[in-house]
Design a protein around this ligand. Sequence first.
Ligand code: GRF
Length: 221
Amino acid sequence: MKKILPLGILVSGSGSNLQSIIDHIESGKLDAVIRVVISNSPEAYARERCRRHNIPFVVINHGDFPLRDAFDQQMIDVLQSRGVELVIMAGFMRILTARFLSSFPLRIMNIHPALLPAFPGLHVQRKAVEYGVRFSGCTVHFADDGVDSGPIIIQAVVPVYEDDDEDSLAQRILKEEHKIYPQAIQWYVEGRLEVKGRKVYLREAEVSMNTPQHNPSLTIR
Ligand code: GRF
C-alpha cells in the first residue's frame, strides 16, 4: 500500500506555501496528510486556508511563553500527539531550540527565499536586490541548529532584473517555492533522500538537463 506521510506544518503568516502543499495533496501529487498546522500568531491568514480545507489549526502564541523551551515543548506535544512524522516550516518566523530539533532528527524541513548559503536570515529579497546579484532563488533544506544552514535538498534559481524591487523579486521566488517544497516532501515520502553530512543525495535522480544560464544574456555567441 502507498505510504501517506503525516505532516505537521508550522506557519506565521500568509501560508501560501501551506496552500501549495494542500493543493498538491488534493490533486494526488503529494502522498501526505496534514495532521495539524501550528501558528505562533493568531492573526495568520493560514488559519483561513485551514478552515476552508478542514485542516486542524492550532495557535501556540510564543508571547504566552517566557521561555523558548516551553514554547517548543508545547509544539512538540501537539505534533507528537497527532503522530506527525515530518515537520514542515512554511514561513515560520521563530528559531527552533535544540530540544525541538532533537525531537525530530532530520525530520524538519525549511524553505528559504534565497540561494543559500547566500543571504540567510530576514528580508533576504531586499538584500539580494540591494546587493545587485543577477540571480537569486529559493532553497528547501533540512533544519539544523544554525539559521538557514542545514543540508540542502533542492534549489530553484530565478533571475533578478535591474528594475526589480523587493516585492517583484519575492513574487518571482514564491512561484518557485510553491513547486520545490511539495517536490522535496514527495521525495522524502518515497524514501529517496539520503543525508550524509552536509550533503543530501537523491536516489534515482533523473540526469539533470539543466543548462548554464546568464543574466543579462550573452551577446557574444
Ligand atoms: C516565504 O518566502 C518563505 O520562504 C519565507 O517566508 C515566506 C512565507 O510565505 N520563509 P508564505 O507564508 O508561505 O506565503
